[in-house]
Design a protein around this ligand. Structure first.
Ligand SMILES: Cc1ncc(COP(=O)(O)O)c(C=O)c1O
Length: 526
């Protein structure tokens, strides 16, 4: 029952509390009735209307069924409840700008029951609709989706945006016969990507993890060395250090930017520290001036793990150009993709030369003489063809992510208990993934919200689990000492919503509405 307090409050401002009944027929049609009388002349609608004071919503639904259709159905199922809705159009004919608390019930009617319908003096006919998805108001569509009559289309958390150009270049690469790691697309992609980052050298490789591995080893970091790494990251950052035989030492992250807490770096520096690896988390740059200042003071290299930040900017400068060496990933969910793929960019000639050799088994002169142990971390010409087409529209892809974030922000800023993603005045965040933190005021935990979104066909992902908690780093191979409250909080509250560059405004509106609906339904059910 609607609490008295809420009922009084609504009635003070708004004339109607609405309860609707949707009747589903045996052949999956949806029954709507035609009203004759003003103000609802000729309108097809669900059975709906006021509830009486003290009446339970379900009782009202049953009463309306009886009054308007002569049916007595007690198998009503609640499918949507507690909606504070301001209708711009007027699906129910209550008058422009009507505010309602709407609750929808669903009943399945057999053909036998259908035959019993007797319309009252206000209704002249009924019709079974099979095309509700195309014709009806979004609220009703949502209710029908919740009821399972209409299945909402699944919105995945991320998909690549691939067009004709990609097909053209990839086809050309395949047809040329240059399908392995030599070919014109490799060269064009490396040169083009390095130029995009304002760097001299680009070294394409098999994925973002191998890019990091090459970067660490190309800087000469190995056994006995330590590298500062944020604990709040993807395991690849730390693993790359371990592959090189060195030790990642974890630093906590901050709630302000979701990046490594720069104020905690110096406490973790030892005589063995050789580099600081930073991550531009979820597309938001870290404050590079502060990082570089610490690195200069302690004579350390800086490695940018820019796997998530293609096109992002720090004080007007491109991410990837702000350190000794930067690494990108082109995995399928990244802002641009090569399927699997990665790139090292640097201005240092020797680092680039070493990275190239390490990428390809350290082939020497003569060719089959190897001075060091290298790897096969190569990218194929086919992947580079895909990459080149993506690079040509990288600014468009990154801008689309920013537009997504602006729309999400405008739709979600009023929802209590949601912390929106950061963007510092000195940063251009590319919102690789649109993340949110779920605070206690939301009334549900982050995993509960993710589960409810999935029930509505909306995919999401929880944030990283801090590296200090990983079983694989508990064996002395990593610096896990100390507390990591920032990372723990991000992990327990954070998740991200669908973020593909080609997400439509309608999809974002549906996702934001679903979050508001979940919030309201949870609030009223308490
Ligand atoms: C921060 C970070 N670093 C490194 C990587 C590794 O990239 P890849 O999956 O291409 O190996 C990822 C990939 O998701 C990442 O998010």
């Amino acid at each position: 029952m609607i609490p008295e307090e809420l009922y009084v409050q609504i009635h003070k401002n708004m004339p109607i509390i609405c309860v609707d009944v949707i009747l589903k027929t045996e052949d999956n049609g949806v029954l709507m009735i035609k009203r004759d009388r003003e103000p609802l002349l000729g309108k097809w609608g669900f059975i709906g209307g006021r509830i009486n004071r003290g009446e339970k919503l379900e009782q009202a639904a049953q009463r309306k069924l009886h009054e308007e259709l002569g049916l007595s159905l007690d198998n009503l199922k609640l499918i949507k409840s507690g909606y504070e809705t301001i209708f711009e159009g007027d699906p129910f004919g209550h008058g422009e700008g009507t505010h309602s608390i709407n609750t929808c019930y669903l009943a399945e009617v057999s053909n036998e029951e259908l035959a019993k319908i007797q319309l009252d003096q206000n209704h002249s006919g009924y019709k079974i609709f099979h095309d509700v998805e195309d014709n009806w108001h979004s609220y009703l569509k949502e209710a029908l989706k919740d009821s399972g009559i209409i299945k909402p289309k699944f919105i995945p958390v991320c998909e690549p945006t691939i067009g004709e150009k990609e097909l053209e270049y990839v086809t050309d690469a395949v047809k040329s016969g240059w399908v392995s790691s030599a070919g014109k697309y490799i060269t064009k992609f490396e040169e083009g990507f390095a130029a995009y980052c304002n760097q001299k050298h680009g070294i394409a490789c098999s994925n973002g993890t191998t890019a990091l591995h090459l970067a660490v080893e190309a800087l000469g970091i190995g056994k006995g060395d330590e590298v500062i790494v944020p604990t709040f990251t993807m395991a690849a950052s730390a693993n790359a250090v371990i592959y090189a035989g060195a030790k990642p030492v974890f630093v906590d992250s901050e709630l302000d930017t979701w990046n490594m807490d720069i104020s905690k770096i110096e406490a973790k520096i030892t005589p063995n520290t050789k580099a600081i690896m930073i991550v531009h988390t979820y597309g938001h740059p870290i404050d590079m001036d502060r990082v570089n200042e610490i690195a200069n003071k302690h004579n350390l290299f800086v490695i940018e793990d820019a796997a998530e930040a293609h096109g992002a900017e720090y004080k007007g400068r491109k991410i990837g150009s702000l350190s000794d060496v930067a690494c990108f990933s082109f995995y399928g969910n990244k802002i641009m993709t090569t399927g699997e793929g990665g790139m090292v960019v640097t201005n240092h000639d020797e680092v680039a030369e070493r990275a190239k050799k390490l990428r390809n088994h350290f082939f020497g002169t003569p060719r089959f003489l190897h001075q060091e142990i290298g790897y096969n971390h190569r990218m194929t010409n086919i992947q580079a063809a895909l990459g080149l087409a993506q690079l040509e529209k990288l600014d468009i892809l990154a801008e689309a992510r920013r537009k997504n974030a602006q729309l999400y922000n405008s739709l979600l800023s009023e929802v209590p208990g949601l912390t929106l993603p950061p963007e510092k005045e000195w940063a251009k965040n590319v919102y690789w993934m649109y993340g949110l933190l779920v605070q206690p005021e939301f009334g549900m935990t982050m995993p509960e919200l993710c589960k409810s979104l999935l029930d509505r066909g909306i995919d999401s992902r929880t944030f990283f689990i801090g590296m200090h908690k990983q079983p694989c780093y508990q064996h002395g191979n990593a610096g896990i000492e100390g507390e990591f409250p920032g990372s723990d909080e991000l992990e327990s509250k954070g998740f991200y919503l669908p973020s593909s560059s080609h997400l439509t405004n309608e999809q974002i509106q549906r996702i934001a509405q679903a979050i508001k609906d979940i919030y309201n339904a949870n609030r009223y059910s308490k």
